[in-house]
Design a protein around this ligand. Structure first.
Ligand SMILES: [Mg+2]
Length: 230
């Protein structure tokens, strides 16, 4: 397809966020006996419910990032009738564990390295600057990228058009010559498609409902992406 620029999503595209998240919950659950009056599954399920709602509010500018980070553990514990006064320390420990489990999605490191040798590449990620910057450092991502775009720095999250406009200005190439590679249909594929970009949807770590028609290419193995781009 010969793009002029390839942008990648970070979480669950290059970095295996779900695996790190699950491992961090298990570690924090084992570290704090006060959590063990509920099952680990229950804990994770409640956290995900609370976290998703808080991110939606954050996306709608109803709350700030500090509220998201504080409330996700406070509310999870409160809802499960666990001692919520310990939520701050548990949240802190969770982030520590989470960062210890950061690793590449299978094949993603090789794909980024080999595609960046031939094409200009960058990252567009929804998230908080400090955390995402640490991920770039840990996986040595910046050295392969011309542009690193983090939603917090723009003040809007994907799929908001300003994120893609901002990234396209940095790339300095026409919309139709940019390829976006991401796992989230609603944020990555819809957002990039509306911006007039080409899209490659990584579906290994995502659930499909069968109504997703917009992606130019779908793949589960990064070698397929490399072959398609070349
Ligand atoms: Mg993602």
């Amino acid at each position: 397809m010969n793009p002029s620029f390839i942008y990648f999503d970070l979480d669950n595209t290059l970095l295996h966020h779900s695996k790190a998240e699950a491992a961090a919950h298990k570690a924090v659950y084992e570290q704090f006996p006060e959590l063990q009056s509920v099952q680990l599954d229950q804990w994770i399920e409640e956290y995900k419910k609370v976290n998703l709602r808080l991110w939606e509010w954050y996306q709608q500018d109803k709350i700030d990032r500090f509220h998201v980070q504080h409330a996700r553990f406070f509310e999870t514990m409160h809802n499960l009738e666990l001692p919520a006064e310990k939520s701050a320390i548990i949240g802190e420990q969770y982030m520590k564990h989470y960062s210890n489990f950061w690793e590449w999605v299978d094949g993603a490191q090789n794909a980024l390295i080999s595609l960046s040798a031939k094409y200009s590449t960058g990252i567009i990620t929804n998230g908080f600057s400090d955390t995402q910057m640490k991920k770039f450092q840990r996986l040595s991502i910046a050295q392969h990228c011309k542009c690193l775009v983090i939603s917090e720095e723009i003040g809007k999250m994907k799929p908001h058009p300003s994120v893609f406009e901002y990234a396209q200005n940095l790339a300095e190439v026409p919309a139709e010559s940019i390829l976006y590679v991401g796992d989230s249909y609603s944020s990555d594929i819809i957002g990039a498609n509306r911006a007039g970009w080409k899209t490659a949807w990584f579906t290994s770590l995502t659930e499909k409902n069968g109504n997703e028609m917009l992606a130019d290419f779908e793949f589960t193995d990064f070698q397929e992406l490399i072959d398609w781009v070349d």
